[in-house]
Design a protein around this ligand. Structure first.
Ligand code: GPP
Ligand code: MG
Length: 286
């Protein structure tokens, strides 16, 4: 199915959404592009799992390239864990990558399940970049990216077996977002989110969490907000996985790399002090 491109004014409805789109339209950070160049999977999320400490040693000439490859391996491992939680997906099913960035997770989903994947982003440059990657891989008949707002995708009601957000929910109101997913998912369809959320137990936004918000022009939600907004929209959690401990090595390695952006210390502080969690939530549409 082809979906008609929306005019910018239909997709970017608020000054905030325009500011977010501007940020991502001009983003060309080596931490994302150099990692993506490793194998052509361009991610906009972080990594999980232990890194191989030998990348920090060995011949100096190859050290930087080995660190970049290792960071990329951890980011792809994160996307694999997300896809593991989608449940049994058949080639005839249809998936949505909401806030798809440059499209890496969608390409991985299509390679794993053989099904149609649509990605949506409010960044026209990201959509263009991602579609070029799908063409390059010869999967553009099944993987398509659209300049659309995830709060109002224009996709057909009940048509999706799975939807995910890989680190993109901090840009939107969760009640509005899950209302749209409740409409889009078939009965028994699965929603998976990986996100950073602040800890209701320790209180409001810590200084480190506020620095992350400022860095990305986002608005990190409390952990509780996810469960309230899911419950209000017929999404029933089946799995909650705390990925905080597994993501810390990624940030430690990134902090020691040439592609560090300066946001590494706030992440490490927030995770270590317990004011922030890296969480996966999988929920069924009932
Ligand atoms: C995207 O990753 C990051 C976000 C959308 C922001 C917030 C995420 C949280 C978990 C709070 P990226 O790969 O574009 O970021 P970077 O350029 O820092 O690698
Ligand atoms: Mg990145």
């Amino acid at each position: 199915m082809t979906i008609t491109p929306d005019a910018p004014a239909q997709v970017l409805r608020t000054a905030y959404q325009k500011a977010v789109a501007d940020y991502w339209n001009s983003e060309k950070d080596p931490v994302n592009l150099r990692l993506g160049d490793v194998d052509g999977l361009y991610h906009h999320h972080y990594g999980i799992g232990d890194y191989d400490p030998s990348v920090l040693e060995g011949p100096e000439e190859t050290r930087e390239a080995r660190i970049i490859e290792e960071l990329h391996r951890l980011e792809s491992a994160q996307a694999d864990v997300l896809l593991d939680h989608l449940g049994p997906i058949e080639p005839g099913h249809r998936l949505l990558d909401a806030g798809c960035g440059r499209g890496g997770t969608s390409i991985m989903a299509n390679a794993r399940f053989g099904c149609q994947v649509d990605g949506v982003s409010i960044s026209e440059s990201q959509v263009e970049f991602a579609n070029a990657q799908a063409r390059k891989r010869g999967v553009d008949d099944k993987v398509r990216y659209h300049f659309r707002n995830m709060l109002d995708t224009g996709l057909p009601t009940g048509a999706l077996q799975g939807i995910w957000n890989n680190e993109s929910t901090m840009y939107v109101d969760l009640f509005e977002l899950f209302a749209e997913y409740s409409r889009l998912l078939a009965h028994g369809g699965r929603y998976v989110v990986i996100t950073g959320c602040y800890n209701d137990v320790t209180g409001g936004r810590s200084k480190a969490v506020s620095r992350i918000d400022e860095h990305y022009t986002c608005n990190i939600h409390p952990r509780s907000a996810y469960f309230k907004a899911m419950a209000a929209n017929g999404l029933v959690p089946i799995n909650v996985v705390d990925l905080t401990a597994p993501t810390i090595p990624y940030w430690e390695l990134r902090a020691r790399s040439s592609v560090a952006t300066g946001i590494e210390e706030p992440f490490l502080t927030a995770y270590r002090e317990g004011s922030f969690h890296y969480l996966l939530i999988a929920a069924d549409r009932i």
